[in-house]
Structures are given as C-alpha cells and as structure tokens.
Design a protein around this ligand. Structure first.
Ligand code: ATP
Ligand code: MG
Length: 202
C-alpha cells in the first residue's frame, strides 16, 4: 500500500457490454456511493494490441485465469474444456481481445482507503452465475464460463477491476497519463477520514 492509504488507487473499466446495456450511470453510482473518489475518467475504443498489453502486465495472468476457470468447472462437477491452465488462459486472452475491442469502454481511476479491495468487493467474482448477490456482476448480468465456452467467447461480466495493489500500479499508467489524474479535495473525505467530527453542529 502507498504510504498514505487514502491515496490508494485502482483501475476500473466498464467493458463494452456495460455501455451497450446502458448501465454506465448505474455502475459509476455503485462505486461513487461507497465514498471512494473518482480521480480519472475517459471513454475510448481500445485496440486488440492494447488489450493484449494490458493482460500481459502480469506474466502469470494466463496461468491464473486458466486455473480459476478449471476450478470453477470442477466445483460444479462439469468437465473443463481442457485440463491445461495455460491452454485455457491462451483461449481466454484471444476472446478477451475480441470482447474488449468491440466498442467503446469507459475507464476510471478510483481513489481512497482500501480502494482495490473495496472495488473488487463491489464488483463481485469473475463469473456472474456464481458472483454474490449485491455485487455488480451478481446483480446486473447473467453469464457463465460454460455458456461463454460454448460460444467460444469471453465471459461478459461488465467490469474490469484491478485484482491487487501491484496490478493497479501497473495498469493505471498504461491507461492514464499522469496529467489525466486529478488531485482534488472531496468534501466527503473529512467525514470518512477525520479523527474528530468537529464542525458539524453550529
Ligand atoms: P477482470 O480482470 O476483468 O476484472 P477478473 O480479475 O475477475 O476480471 P480474470 O481472471 O482477470 O478475472 O479474467 C479477466 C476476464 O477474462 C474476466 O473478467 C472475463 O471477462 C474473462 N474470462 C476469464 N476467465 C474466462 C474463461 N474461462 N472463459 C471466458 N472468459 C473468461
Ligand atoms: Mg483480473
């Protein structure tokens, strides 16, 4: 964590399905009402190569994504398409490039205490079928690994959110120039962070 915990930052991307489902306002609202501060925001159509770059920031990502999918199949007692995590991960990346470059995305940087974990909690688990009720992926969409695999496509789960502080620190500079992130004071912050709640009563 950065020295000043209140400045912890995380990257959120509203994927093309979020925009096509007219959920941009709802999705921003879910993060905004947590108390985190929006410090960067833009919309554009990423290229295939840019998405590859994003998922290559973590050299182990393919392996981990493959292992996660195989474990989800095993938990449901369904045979995975392959037992080789790298093979599954490779296919996921190919389909993700198609998915995320198919239209505009909205990218954001959220800042505040525990930003990475709070955003992951609000977002929910990767697979909408099994992500918790109350989370974005659990409430607002319905995809599963099995259905995505049948269609040879990525799981459509509305959001990308940095998975750890290290991931956030690599992802944010890829998506935002330093000058695109705004340093400003939000009045809410004194209620969230100040030791004493002075100055409320007149
Ligand atoms: P994100 O990184 O997008 O926030 P995540 O960290 O929950 O999601 P990752 O394992 O990093 O999940 O996978 C990245 C994205 O790839 C997922 O959000 C999903 O869209 C897609 N994906 C992951 N695994 C599979 C799979 N087995 N089949 C199809 N799509 C997948
Ligand atoms: Mg991830």
């Amino acid at each position: 964590m950065e020295q000043d915990g209140k400045k912890e930052k995380t990257l959120v991307i509203i994927k093309p399905d979020g925009i096509q489902r007219s959920l941009v306002g709802e999705l921003i609202k879910r993060y905004e009402r947590s108390g985190l501060k929006l410090v960067g925001l833009k919309m554009f159509v990423p290229t295939d190569a840019f998405i590859e770059q994003h998922y290559s920031l973590d050299p182990d990502w393919k392996m981990k994504a493959g292992e996660k999918a195989i474990a989800a199949y095993d938990k449901k007692g369904i045979a995975p398409p392959s037992r080789e995590p790298l093979e599954v991960g490779e296919k996921v990346l190919r389909n993700l490039k198609k998915y995320l470059s198919s239209g505009p995305v909205v990218t954001m940087v959220w800042q505040g205490m525990h930003a990475v974990e709070i955003v992951r909690k609000i977002t929910g688990g990767t697979e909408p079928l099994t992500s918790d009720v109350g989370t974005i992926r659990g409430d607002l969409t319905i995809d599963s690994y099995a259905v995505a695999d049948t269609g040879d496509r990525a799981v459509r789960n509305l959001i990308h959110a940095s998975g750890s502080h290290e991931e956030a620190q690599k992802e944010i500079p890829l998506w935002f120039k330093a000058e695109e992130l705004i340093n400003y004071r939000l009045l809410n912050e004194s209620i969230l962070y100040d030791v004493n709640l002075g100055g409320i009563l007149e």
